[in-house]
Design a protein around this ligand. Structure first.
Ligand SMILES: [Zn+2]
Ligand SMILES: [Zn+2]
Ligand SMILES: [Zn+2]
Length: 90
């Protein structure tokens, strides 16, 4: 991973998890809408971004302490670590 020297979480990822389904797994339960999708690299759940009303990816990271998400958007290849506020393209 490039630009990940300051974050051991991103540096430890050897295979980036993608979205299994193109939907936020929390928003679909309530019929809510989302803007962009993110994938937790710890457990593989697909959740919505901070531009979305429910911000499920950030809530999940805070609640579980799962540190790293990847964008699930087509053409985007990046990872973000919450505790280190670190961003890396791959
Ligand atoms: Zn980190
Ligand atoms: Zn959501
Ligand atoms: Zn997770």
């Amino acid at each position: 991973m490039s630009n990940a020297r300051s974050c051991e979480h991103i540096a430890a990822i050897t295979k980036v998890r993608g979205a299994q389904r193109r939907e936020c797994s929390e928003c679909v339960k309530t019929g809510a809408s989302w803007v962009h999708l993110r994938v937790c690299q710890e457990c593989g759940v697909t959740l919505c971004c901070d531009d979305s009303p429910n911000k499920h990816a950030t809530k999940h990271a805070r609640a579980t302490e799962h540190p790293v998400i990847a964008s699930a958007e087509p053409g985007e290849r990046w990872l973000y670590c919450y505790p280190d506020d670190a961003f890396a393209e791959y």
